[in-house]
Design a protein around this ligand. Structure first.
Ligand code: BGN
Length: 373
């Protein structure tokens, strides 16, 4: 009797395990097709036509929506028809403002770093990008002019992939943009936030019409072109779900990787801190500045704000900054005196490359640390 009972129980357990395996397999298949369906021609074509399907989560009245919105509290009103297009003859129809959500987006993208990449290939595949890495949509009036700033040193390999993926994405997103590499001169400790401050001023020197600034690490590639690289009513954090963090936000106040502020939002927080030498903390300081100035970070939906990071060793001369823990406690005191208002640097070279503008800059070195005793 007990044997029979044992047999029946065992059989039931086996069935349950089998059922669980089957369920697991089905879930894996669903996830697999979700990623790769975008790359089947049929689905891509369907996607580009059906824009309402493309934005199942967007709602411009939500502060965190994917679609940009400029309500009455907006820091930066859109200026759709302010960018004159001098290339058109008088007989042509005047251009219309670009769509808020462009119809040519394709959604989820397959990003990989195993195939070799060259700058020649990037150039060949992006013939309508002009010298210095600039682009303006030819068929509509862009609503914003976006400067994309990348802090940089010795990452040429990553840059090729970044340009390879980003130029086509940005073109589909229908904004006027320019790519600026802010290259730290010399081998002293790296300072990401100070380089970004330099980028802000140098981009404006290059074109005073920039009204939006996006700050991106060179090794981060968006996995979905619905993550629109432009400015929003509130400061934007784009890199919500990185692969290295399991496609989740590592903590609620995370503002690292890729972020964007309008010109007025950036000036309101006195830009970024200049005193974070080495890795870490500067993004937390920027987050503090935003909150302390009465703004709130907006983000895309977690399903859209996914990123792939190009794997790499830790950089030399960018060791974790031991002072970062105390520094981020003091943003309230330091932000007024340390920022874009106090920025000092020496411009070494500006060189216009076909796919980007390269700004090399000397930003100094960390102050000597006081030794007790
Ligand atoms: C945080 C870092 C950020 C970094 C993220 C993700 C600090 C400050 C002291 C807590 N902040 O911990 O700068 O972007 O990790 O790597 O270290």
């Amino acid at each position: 009797m007990t044997r029979l009972l044992l047999g029946v129980t065992l059989e039931r357990i086996c069935k349950a395990v089998l059922l669980l395996c089957l369920l697991h397999f089905v879930i894996i298949m669903i996830l697999y097709f979700d990623v790769y369906a975008q790359h089947l021609d049929f689905f891509s074509r369907f996607n580009t036509r059906n824009t309402s399907r493309l934005h199942p989560f967007s709602n411009s009245s939500r502060p965190n929506s994917t679609a940009p919105s400029y309500g009455p509290a907006g820091a930066e009103p859109p200026s759709p028809s302010t960018k004159p297009n001098t290339n058109r003859s008088v007989t042509e129809k005047p251009l219309q403002p670009c769509q808020e959500v462009p119809s040519g987006l394709v959604g989820r993208l397959l990003i990989e770093f195993s195939s070799p990449m060259s700058m020649e290939r990037v150039q060949r595949e992006n013939p309508d990008v002009s010298l210095g890495g600039k682009y303006t949509p030819p068929d509509c009036l862009p609503r914003q002019k976006v400067a994309i700033l990348i802090p940089f040193r010795h990452r040429e390999h990553h840059l090729k992939y970044w340009l390879h993926y980003l130029h086509p994405i940005l073109r589909r997103q229908k904004v006027a943009y320019g790519i600026y590499i802010i290259n730290q001169y010399g081998e002293d400790t790296f300072n990401r936030a100070k380089l970004l401050n330099v980028g802000f001023l140098e981009a404006l020197k290059d074109d005073e019409e920039y009204d939006c600034f996006i700050f991106s690490d060179v090794d981060l590639i968006p996995m979905d072109d619905r993550n629109l690289y432009r400015c929003y009513e509130q400061p934007r954090h784009f890199a919500v779900g990185m692969d290295k963090f399991g496609f989740r936000l590592p903590y609620a106040g995370y503002f690292g990787g890729v972020s964007g502020l309008s010109k007025s939002q950036f000036l309101k927080i006195n830009g970024f801190p200049n005193e974070y030498w080495g890795w870490g903390g500067e993004d937390d300081d920027i987050f503090n500045r935003i909150s302390l100035n009465g703004m709130k970070v907006s983000r895309p939906d977690i399903r859209i704000g996914r990123y792939r990071m190009i794997k790499h060793e830790r950089d030399k001369h960018n060791e974790p900054n031991p002072q970062r823990f105390t520094k981020i406690q003091n943003t309230k005191m330091t932000m007024k005196r340390d920022g874009i208002s106090s920025l000092q640097y020496r411009l070494v070279e500006v060189s216009r490359q076909p796919m980007y503008t390269n700004i090399t800059v000397e930003i100094g070195r960390p102050p000597p640390r006081l030794v007790r005793g």
